[in-house]
Every structure is written in structure tokens, then in C-alpha cells.
Design a protein around this ligand. Structure first.
Ligand SMILES: Cc1ncc(COP(=O)(O)O)c(C=O)c1O
Length: 370
């Protein structure tokens, strides 16, 4: 079973291919002894800002922290509302609630799985302090109408680009379209560190200055604390790794896109909904996610063959035990409910072979009797 040693994400094979570069970068940091805000952090921030086309990139400790510090920079707190999607990783909601604000969920677009711009307009109130779209699976949310609503009401947009480093919307890299973009370098992301790391990008000088202070105890000058902050500096060793890996990122995106195209050909003409790529998007396939009416049956068949697979995400956030206080009952977001019941992500990474993909696709098709 799983004779091909298929993995959901193959990080070690990728590492082996760039080992000399990575090891050298790591040893430079070890030899320097500069573990906190060493020069590699600034170097990676500059390279990431250039790659994304933003004025500023502020490294931090994780994608979750990126969301938290971005909302802190906007002084979001008790009494405030943030409009977001219920179909995402928990961090998006967790950080809103931690700051004392309230997530206001709206349903998703069934094709892209991202927040439905048409539903956002109806959710805006005098308490709305931010709109927080998520670019799920590496596919852009429809940013033009979202920015339009935001401009009309004077509300900032924070892009959760945790899964979308390098993905595009109408030729622009995500993260730099809203007031701030939050990125995760969790190891399995398209650009993954060897531990936790994250980043906030912005074109706004004032927000950038705030963010720099917030991630470092609210301080510009050591032991002088101007605002309330946190300790969320990007680790120097992670920055050194990310600096090496960033140079390979475009090639890796292309490898994932090629793997996605190959899956698509294997499922062509079959009763399987393959991932949608909107005309405005460059999908980076952080996940390759199918929609299957018989999802649970297929998942069981893959499990039996020891083929890795995942459900992102099985429970929408408004129904999670910890966040049930959002006051939205089951059934409030039918398109989200359907997605949670039907999505199934297949192995997707830069080292996937066509032979492995054939084996995976065949197992899916067998399970649905096709
Ligand atoms: C949509 C989304 N937002 C936020 C995060 C949080 O990122 P991190 O795991 O780096 O804290 C993730 C990470 O998986 C994510 O997928």
C-alpha cells in the first residue's frame, strides 16, 4: 500500500536539492551569533518586498501573529467588527477574537471558496473596522469589488495571504492590494521556513512604522515602549532559510501549477470538480482541492490505500466550539456548509511525480466508480 511513498507535502526531498545553499546560510548565522534581528531578517524583508512589489515587508514570528499585529496596527479591539469568511483556518478568527473584536462572517463564492464580495456589502455596519478576505488554497479572493466596498465605506482591507505568497490578482501579487497583507511561512506553505515565521506587507509608511514597533514590544528604542506590543520578531535562522528558498519560489510555483494541470487531465471528463482558476487569478496551488459529492467515501478509500489527503476545513469557524459565541447557527452559510462536506485536498508539492499522480487519481476514480 502506498508503494510510491506518496506524501502530502515532501519537505525533505526539496531540502536535499538545495542543501548546500541552506546549510551555508544557516552556518553563517550560527557563526555570527546574531540570532535576534540579525542582518538576514532585513535582507529577507527587502527581498520579499521586492518580490511582492510592496514598499514594506515586516517579518514576524508566524502567519497568525501577522494577522494579530496587523489588526493591532489598526487599533482593532472591543466593540469592533471584522468581516471575514467562515471557511478558513482558525487563525483568521482566533486573532480577531483575541483582540476583543467580533468576527462577522459572510458566505463564500462556491467556485473559488473565497469570501463573496456581494455578501460583504450587506454586512458592513458603523462598527466595521476591517474587511479580512482570505486567499484560500493559493487562489485570490476577488479583490476589485472588495476594495470598492472598502473605499466606499472608508474601511481598511487586511488580506490573509497566508496560503498565497506569490499568487496574483490581475497580474498583481497578493498582499499588497489591501492596506496590509499577512503571510505565513509555515513549513508546508509554498515558501516554507523550517519552523514558524510570518510577515506583514504594506505600502503605507505609517502602518509600517507601527508594525515595526508592535512586533518588538512596542518599542523603537530599546527599553522605551511607545505603544503596546508583543514579541513577534522573525527568527534570524528562519530568515536565512527563507532568503535562500525565495530564489526558487517561482520555479516551485510552476512545478505545482504543472502538477495541477496534470491532475486536471487525469480527471477530465470524470464526475469530479477540479480546482477553479478565475480569469483574474494566478493560482499557486498551495492546495489542490477537489469537490466531490461522495467525499467521505473517497477519503476512506484513499486512507485504505494509505494515500495522504486532507480536508481543509471540516468545520466552519462559526460552528467551532470555541467561537460559537459568534451567534450564527448551523445553516447560516449554505455554500460554506457544502464546501466543508465536499472538499478533499490531494497531495501537492514540488516533488510529486506523474506516476504518483496517476496512482492517486486512479484511487479517487475507483472510489467513485468512474
Ligand atoms: C488562511 C490562514 N491564515 C492564517 C494562518 C496562520 O499561519 P501560521 O500557521 O504561520 O501561524 C494559516 C496557516 O496555516 C492559514 O492557512
Amino acid at each position: 500500500m502506498n508503494p510510491m511513498n506518496i506524501q502530502m507535502v515532501d519537505l525533505t526531498s526539496q531540502y536535499r536539492k538545495i542543501k548546500p545553499e541552506i546549510d551555508e546560510a544557516l552556518h553563517r548565522v550560527l557563526d555570527s551569533g546574531m540570532f535576534i534581528l540579525g542582518k538576514e531578517v532585513g535582507e529577507f524583508e527587502a527581498a520579499a518586498a521586492q518580490y511582492l512589489g510592496t514598499r514594506h515587508a515586516i517579518g514576524c514570528a508566524s502567519g497568525t501573529d501577522a494577522l494579530q499585529v496587523a489588526m493591532m496596527a489598526l487599533e482593532i479591539g472591543p466593540g469592533d467588527e471584522v468581516i471575514t469568511t467562515p471557511f478558513t483556518f482558525v487563525a483568521t478568527t482566533e486573532t480577531i477574537v483575541l483582540l476583543g473584536a467580533k468576527p462577522i462572517y459572510v458566505d463564500i463564492d462556491p467556485q473559488t471558496y473565497n469570501i463573496d464580495p456581494a455578501a460583504i456589502a450587506a454586512a458592513v455596519t458603523s462598527k466595521t473596522k476591517a474587511i479580512l478576505p482570505v486567499h484560500l488554497y493559493g487562489h485570490a479572493a476577488d479583490m476589485d469589488p472588495i476594495m470598492e466596498i472598502a473605499r466606499k465605506h472608508g474601511i481598511p482591507v487586511i488580506e490573509d495571504a497566508a496560503q498565497a505568497m506569490g499568487a496574483e490578482y490581475r497580474g498583481r501579487k497578493l498582499g499588497g492590494i489591501g492596506a496590509m497583507g499577512c503571510i505565513s511561512f509555515f513549513p508546508s506553505k509554498n515558501l516554507g521556513a523550517f519552523g514558524d515565521a510570518g510577515m506583514v506587507v504594506t505600502n503605507d509608511d505609517v502602518l509600517a512604522a507601527m508594525l515595526r514597533m508592535i512586533i518588538n514590544h512596542g518599542s523603537r528604542k530599546r527599553y522605551y515602549h511607545e505603544i503596546i506590543g508583543v514579541n513577534s520578531r522573525m527568527d534570524t535562522l528562519q530568515a536565512a532559510i527563507l532568503n535562500v528558498k525565495l530564489k526558487h519560489l517561482e520555479q516551485w510555483h510552476e512545478a505545482r501549477r504543472a502538477a495541477a494541470r496534470f491532475y486536471n487531465t487525469l480527471f477530465k471528463g470524470k464526475p469530479v470538480t477540479t480546482p477553479y482558476e478565475a480569469p483574474y487569478a494566478r493560482h499557486i496551488f498551495h492546495q489542490y482541492t477537489l469537490r466531490l459529492p461522495d467525499r467521505d467515501k473517497v477519503a476512506a478509500a484513499l486512507a485504505q490505500k494509505k494515500i495522504p489527503h486532507a480536508i481543509y476545513y471540516p468545520v466552519p469557524l462559526h460552528l467551532q466550539q470555541a467561537y460559537a459565541a459568534s451567534g450564527k447557527p448551523a445553516g447560516a452559510f449554505p455554500r460554506t456548509d457544502r464546501a466543508t462536506a465536499e472538499v478533499l485536498s490531494l497531495p501537492m508539492h514540488t516533488e510529486l511525480t506523474e506516476e504518483q499522480q496517476r496512482f492517486i487519481a486512479q484511487a479517487v476514480l475507483e472510489a467513485i466508480g468512474s
